[in-house]
Design a protein around this ligand. Structure first.
Ligand SMILES: [Zn+2]
Length: 70
């Protein structure tokens, strides 16, 4: 498997959690768990996850469209 970077901080991912094939490092995971919902970091974090998941979903749709066409 290809080495990925954390979707939040962009650092190479050695361990952490995966969401829709996108990695989040331990450090950012820990920050999210402890973060207050009204902080800028939480908003930024949510945006990162949303973008990563939307990209994964769009890519999946493209693949199924191609399969359908051929
Ligand atoms: Zn990170």
């Amino acid at each position: 498997m290809k080495k990925q970077g954390c979707i939040i901080c962009g650092k190479p991912l050695n361990n952490g959690i995966m969401i829709y094939g996108r990695g989040i490092c331990r450090c950012c995971e820990g920050r999210m768990i402890n973060v207050n919902e009204e902080t800028d970091f939480y908003i930024y974090y949510k945006e990162c996850i949303k973008k990563a998941i939307v990209q994964a979903v769009i890519r999946g749709e493209e693949i199924s469209c191609q399969n359908y066409r051929f």
